[in-house]
Each structure stands twice: as C-alpha cells, then as structure tokens.
Design a protein around this ligand. Structure first.
Ligand code: BEZ
Length: 273
C-alpha cells in the first residue's frame, strides 16, 4: 500500500488499486461516497482521513482527529496534550477477550499514570453499547468507580479505515468488518513510537505494553537501547551511535564490552542510566 501523506485529498481517486486496499476499505469508502464520489460525506471523510489512509509508521506524525467517546466528543491532540498516549482498538463490545483486555488496561491505569501516559480504547460499537458494557469490564476486574479511560465509538469505521485497523476475517452481524487489536504508542511530539496488530482471537499482553513503554521512554532520553526481555532497572546496551571515546563521559556507572568471535566491540552494556 502506498503512502498518501504527501497527496492532497482532491488527488485521491477511490477507484485506484492503491487506495482500494481491502474489501473493508472499499465498502467503507463507497459508503461515504454514495453521491458518485462528490458527496459532502465523502469530502468530509477525506478532509479528516485523506492524509493518513494507511496504518501509520514508526516516526510518522500520528494524525489528529475528532471522535465521540464515552467521555464526550474529543479532539485527539487536545485530549492528549503533551502526554504520551496509547490508542488501542478492540473488535467489539460484550466479547470475552475484549472484556479481559479492557479490564487489564483499567487495572494497570495507575502504572500508565506513573509513566505519564493517557490511554484510550476504540471499537466500532456505539457509545451507548460502550456505556452498557463498562460495568461488565469493571466487575470482571473487581474495580470500583468510573472507567478510568475513555473508549471511542467509531461507528462509521472512519478511524478504523484511516488507521488500518480493520480485520477482514471478522465481520459483525451486519457483515461489516470489525477492528482487530491494534495498538499505537504516541509520543509527546505526536510521533508514533510503536505499534502492534493482533487478530481478534488473540488477546494482547498489557504487561508487555508497559515494558515497551519503559524502553521507549528511557531510550528517548538516554543513549541506550534495551536488549531482549529487558525489564525496567536491568542493564542496557549502549547505543551503537556512541563512539568508544565518549563512553566514560556518558556512562559513568561503567561499561562492559562482550568479546565476540567477530572481534567487533559493538556489544556494550551499562547499568540502566
Ligand atoms: C473476543 O473478544 O472474545 C472476540 C471478539 C471478536 C471476535 C471473536 C472474539
């Protein structure tokens, strides 16, 4: 699929194979284009979503949007402010895996808050369905009080299409595709830092999401990388861009270089800075 980021909305031709990405996509676009491609609903659709009709890549500016949520209508950037953010989709309300996932995310809210991260869910169900489902999520987790984060209602599937979150394998009772389990981590600079895409039948691991966020936030500030299975507090790798001459200055806690058969000295570790 090509990138549309550099095209103006008017240049997007919905009949090109490039744009007709999936059956789901063309169904949603044709739904928006019932007036022969010139209707106001299509214009509105492309005005908001035209610049990002593909899944964002790492490093892309994550697009802004307006959406209805369980906490009212939001402008995504306003809602995010200068925080880190996680936007994650689920296939539908009143389904078991989704209930377990949103419950886990709600339980982990104090951990997300500690890291300065706002989180927001999304599915194509209505706000009314979200609101009726929330007591199930809270009861499942044993939490009291209001749901600690908003859930977007993307009933027209505009965000689902725009952000590449639809799963063609899973359709609702009206035959419309449901969202898969997509998750985006967005930095305070509004750039996408990380994404995952899981299918409907496989729930995500939110402890892993927190682990990656720890790595993202650390590597954003320090010249280190984090090795396989790393956890907060464990030794890190020194970023390959750091010349050996700067090691002592940048990593006063010490540097260990592992001897490897290649004889190259790239495998350098240091206590977590
Ligand atoms: C679930 O959350 O359990 C689920 C959602 C969509 C399709 C199948 C299962």
């Amino acid at each position: 699929m090509g990138s549309f980021a550099s095209r103006s909305c008017a240049e997007i031709n919905v009949t090109t194979p490039e744009v007709k990405v999936t059956e789901n996509f063309s169904r949603v676009v044709s739904h928006s284009a019932q007036n022969g491609g010139k209707g106001s609903s299509q214009r509105k659709f492309f005005k908001q979503y035209g610049p990002f009709l593909r899944m964002p890549n790492i490093g892309d500016i994550f697009p802004n949007f307006r959406a209805m949520t369980t906490e009212g209508e939001i402008d995504f950037y306003d809602w995010l402010g200068n925080s880190w953010g996680i936007l994650f989709s689920h296939p539908g309300d009143f389904t078991p895996v989704c209930t377990s996932e949103l419950g886990r995310a709600a339980q982990l809210m104090p951990e997300f808050r500690k890291r300065g991260i706002k989180i927001i869910g999304l599915s194509c169900s209505s706000v009314r369905d979200h609101e009726a489902w929330i007591p199930d999520i809270l009861t499942y987790t044993g939490l009291q009080g209001p749901m600690p984060f908003p859930i977007i209602s993307d009933e027209k599937r505009e965000l689902a299409v725009g952000l590449g979150m639809l799963d063609p394998e899973f359709k609702d009772d009206k035959g419309m595709p449901m969202t898969c389990r997509a998750l985006f981590v967005i930095g305070p600079d509004k750039k996408m830092k990380m994404s995952i895409l899981y299918p409907a039948l496989s729930g995500r691991n939110f402890s892993e999401i927190l682990r990656v966020v720890d790595s993202l936030q650390l590597t954003d500030l320090k010249k280190v990388s984090t090795p396989v299975d790393w956890k907060y507090g464990e030794d890190c790798m020194i970023d390959v861009s750091v010349p050996r001459a700067y090691e002592d200055q940048l990593f006063p806690q010490g540097v260990t270089v592992k001897t490897l058969p290649s004889g190259k000295d790239y495998f350098r570790t240091t206590p977590m800075p």
